[in-house]
Each structure stands twice: as C-alpha cells, then as structure tokens.
Design a protein around this ligand. Structure first.
Ligand code: CDP
Length: 232
C-alpha cells in the first residue's frame, strides 16, 4: 500500500516533532521541507545576499544545490555536497528562510525534489504548502496549528534546551511576523487545504496529537483500502 501524509501549519505548531513520531509509528519516512528552505537560507546568508532584494535572491539561489539523504532514519540536508544539518535550526536562518521562501525561484528549485521524494516512498511530509501545492493528492492532509503564545513558548524551550540565549516576547513577535509573511505571500501561501483536517494543538500533548493523526490515517487510508479490497 502506498500513501503520503501532508502536515502543514505555522511556525512552532509542532509539525516536525509530530511528523517524526507519526512516521516512526508507520515505519515510513519523515520529510522535513522546512529544512530544505532553511538550507537555502543558510546559503543566501553565507553569500551575504540582501534579503530585501528579490532579484538578487532569485539569482543567487541558482548556486545552491540541495539534496537529501537518510542515515539511520534521520534526514540529512546536503548543501552543495556539505551536510548542513547542524546550522539550520537558528532563529537567524529561520527568519531568512521565511523571507527567501516567498521567492518563486527558490520555491521552483525545491518543488521537484519534494515531489520526487513523495513519489519514491511513503512519506510524512511537513511544511507550508504540502497539502495545497506539492502533494494535492496526498491521502491524508493535516493542518496543525496552535495559538501564537503556545507556539512561542515551545520555541523558547527548544532554544533554551540548546543553550541559545532567547527572549519570549521577541520570539512571539518573530513568530507572528513569520505567520504574516507565510500567509500573505503571493506564491504558495500557508493556508489550510479544503480537504485538510484542522488539528489545534494548543491544549493537546504531543502524544494526543500523534494519536489523533494516526486515527485519521486509519480512517482515511487503512479502512478505505480494506473497503476497496472487499469491493474489488
Ligand atoms: O520549524 P518552523 O515551523 O519554525 O520552520 P520550518 O518549517 O523549518 O520553515 C522555515 C521557513 O521556511 C518557514 O517560515 C516558511 O517560510 C518556509 N517554508 C515554506 O515556505 N514552505 C515549506 N514547505 C516549508 C517551509
């Protein structure tokens, strides 16, 4: 049985934690598309490209070749052959990713890679436009969200655990700014696909969210597969 699960939602909604766990439960592959946009942002930061200049971003991004490898179930992002995983999860890279991901040339470069991964294996793919643009025929679509305060608190704890200095109000401001940019951009804005199931995780534990997504998967994929077999 082949299937794809798309999980979209705003920054800090818990997509990557949840998607990783769902993929583990189903023994399929977790594809983190945010990491690809972050790798592109890292490249642009390293090239010192002016983030306010879309034409320069569009030109500069052509110099970045991004590919993916899996080692022991972990996604490794290669930027021009270099494993850049260790540099991706900073606020600086996240903010640049949110700006540069609005650029059509940047999106064009990553679209093919994402579709090919989903074609070649069963995936849980998370991002902003997976259910709407990348995999419009995904078997299960989840729109995972939470209040901006809850999301800011989660990001704060994540950064603190890594020993990074951070400020909750600043993180909340960044998150709200990022939401605005992601939701209002012209190309592939963040929005709930019509056939996506809304999951608001503000008052839910990680385990509860994982359980509810697995339940949706069972209803949509396993049961319909069984009905199909019985009818066929
Ligand atoms: O983990 P977090 O939600 O903060 O961010 P991420 O998923 O790593 O993505 C970083 C940025 O990349 C987002 O703010 C989006 O602007 C962009 N992105 C996108 O445009 N499309 C995707 N499929 C994934 C990420």
């Amino acid at each position: 049985m082949s299937y794809n699960i798309a999980i979209d939602g705003p920054a800090g909604a818990g997509k990557s934690t949840i998607a990783k766990k769902v993929a583990k439960e189903l023994s399929c592959v977790y594809v983190d598309t945010g990491a690809m946009y972050r790798a592109m942002a890292l490249y642009l930061l390293r090239c010192k490209v002016d983030r306010e200049n879309p034409a320069l971003i569009g030109e500069a991004c052509q110099g970045a070749e991004i590919s993916i490898e899996y080692k022991n179930g972990e996604q490794i992002v290669l930027l021009n052959g270099e494993n850049v995983n260790a540099f991706l999860r900073t606020e600086e890279v996240g903010n640049m990713a949110s700006v540069s991901s609005a650029n059509p040339k940047v999106r064009e470069k990553l679209l093919d890679l994402q579709r090919k991964l989903a074609e070649s294996m069963n995936v849980v793919m998370d991002g902003r436009d997976i259910g709407t643009t990348i995999l419009p025929n995904a078997d299960v679509k989840i729109y995972l969200t939470a209040s901006s305060l809850t999301r800011a608190k989660r990001r704060y704890l994540e950064l603190q655990e890594k020993g990074e200095k951070c400020d909750l109000d600043e993180i909340r401001r960044d998150i709200e700014e990022r939401d605005m940019r992601d939701m209002s951009r012209e190309i592939s804005p963040l929005k709930q696909a019509e056939d996506a199931v809304l999951v608001d995780s503000s008052e839910m534990t990680i385990e509860e969210v994982v359980k509810s997504i697995l339940q949706i998967f069972r209803e949509k994929v396993i049961l319909s597969d069984e009905v199909g077999k019985n009818e066929g």
